[in-house]
Design a protein around this ligand. Structure first.
Ligand code: SF4
Length: 89
C-alpha cells in the first residue's frame, strides 16, 4: 500500500516528496531546517529559503525521496531535478 506523493509548490520551484522511499536519514531536516521540519503538518516550506538552497539540499537526499522541478521546466524534466535552470543563481 503506497503513500501519496506530496507536492509543495511556490512560484519558483516545486518540491516533491515520496514517503514510500524516504529512509529517514534526517539530512534534509538538519541541513535546511527552515524549509524541512517534520514537526509541522506542512513539513516542506519550499518558500522559506532561496530556491537554489532548496535545490542544493534536495540534491543531498540519499534516497531520492525529495525531488525538485520548476513550474516552467516541463520540457526538460530530468535536468531540473538536480540543477537549477540556466541563468538561475
Ligand atoms: S533527506 Fe531524503 S531520505 Fe533523508 S529524511 Fe529527508 S527526505 Fe527522507
Amino acid at each position: 500500500m503506497g503513500k501519496r506523493l506530496q507536492t509543495y509548490e511556490t512560484t519558483d520551484i516545486i518540491v516533491t516528496f515520496d514517503p514510500n522511499i524516504c529512509i529517514h536519514s534526517g539530512i534534509c531536516v538538519r541541513g535546511l531546517p527552515e524549509v524541512f521540519d517534520v514537526r509541522r503538518r506542512d513539513w516542506v516550506r519550499a518558500y522559506a529559503a532561496p530556491a537554489a538552497d532548496v535545490v542544493a539540499q534536495v540534491a543531498r537526499c540519499p534516497s531520492g525521496a525529495l525531488q525538485v522541478r520548476w513550474p516552467s521546466a516541463s520540457s526538460a524534466p530530468d535536468a531540473a531535478r538536480r540543477e537549477p535552470p540556466a541563468g538561475a543563481s
